[in-house]
Design a protein around this ligand. Structure first.
Ligand code: SAH
Length: 278
């Protein structure tokens, strides 16, 4: 088993002058988005919702006004019972309010182990899959990871979880509608270490790299070379990828001083990794 460097020791210390990294000139469509100063945001219970959206949680006796803490705590104990072990990941899953990232009508399902639609044909992964992928990316590390890259911001839920297990999170989304939605979802959380970028994740985001971890929420035919190039030595990449057997599985790639160690794990079902922006 290769040793992993203790991130962020190998990477520039957080808070240190980051003269080599920021602010770099921006190219193409990749635009980092500084999280604006948060304004008080009404809870989704009072935000404009359709009668159908309002009635769904009420029908089941639940609503945005309710305390989702116990449901979230139960979700975390279920994750632990399913074998997830990394205390920092479990803690992060307990901190992020998943119900705030989905439509009000779906809020009651937010703490079930199910994927949910987030618009534009995309889905937020099951909590179990989110936690599993982050745990795989963090294998061998007990403290926070250094800088990490997420491909596929979607609604921003996983980026929020990642913000608690890494010092800096760069998250790319190719659909403008979801990029904007994730900004709205994340604004009230004031996660200053999350950098949302509208752009094609196939190209990675060299300005934030090299990364201690790379995680993709969309599955491609193969792992783009740009991701491998931007992975730090000792860093781990976790991505759903089509295997030689022709199905989609989780692939973990560890970058060593000598090259790349690749492991193919369980079968998964992720939305496709697409190139370009829309
Ligand atoms: N992590 C997300 C999951 C979103 S689903 C969440 O917590 O909600 C996967 C996302 O990957 C979709 O939003 C899809 O638009 C995006 N995606 C697919 N190909 C991409 C690419 N090349 N670059 C960036 N995002 C991509």
């Amino acid at each position: 088993m290769s040793q992993r460097p203790g991130f962020p020791a190998k990477l520039p210390a957080l808070g240190a002058p980051r003269t080599t990294r920021t602010p770099a000139p921006l190219v193409g469509t990749q635009r980092p988005v500084a999280m604006p100063t948060p304004k008080p945001v009404p809870s989704k219970a009072v935000a404009g919702t359709s009668p159908a959206q309002r009635s769904a949680p009420l029908r089941s006796g639940l609503g945005m006004g309710m305390d989702y803490g116990p449901l979230r705590a139960r979700m975390v104990s279920n994750l632990a019972a399913q074998g997830l072990q990394d205390p920092m990941v479990l803690q992060a899953m307990g901190l992020v309010e998943r119900h705030r990232f989905v439509e009000t009508a779906l809020a009651v399902q937010a703490y079930e182990d199910t994927s949910l639609p987030i618009g534009l044909g995309q889905t937020i992964s099951k909590p179990n899959v989110v936690a599993r992928m982050i745990e795989l990316m963090r294998e061998g590390i007990s403290g926070k990871l250094g800088r990490i890259l997420e491909i596929g911001t979607g609604c921003g839920y996983q980026a929020a979880v990642l913000s608690h297990v890494a010092t800096e999170v760069y998250s790319l989304e190719r659909l403008r509608g979801l990029h904007e939605k994730s900004r709205e979802n994340l604004r009230p959380l004031r996660l200053h270490n999350v950098h949302l970028i509208f752009g094609d994740g196939m190209l990675g985001y060299p300005k934030g790299g090299p990364y201690a971890g790379i995680i993709s929420a969309a599955g491609g035919e193969s792992v783009p070379q740009a991701w491998l190039d931007q992975l730090a030595v000792g860093g781990r990449l976790v991505a759903p990828t089509i295997t030689p057997a022709g199905h989609q599985a989780l692939v973990v790639i560890l970058r060593t001083a000598e090259g790349f160690d690749r492991q193919v794990l369980e079968a998964v079902h992720f939305v496709p990794l697409k190139s370009g922006v829309a």
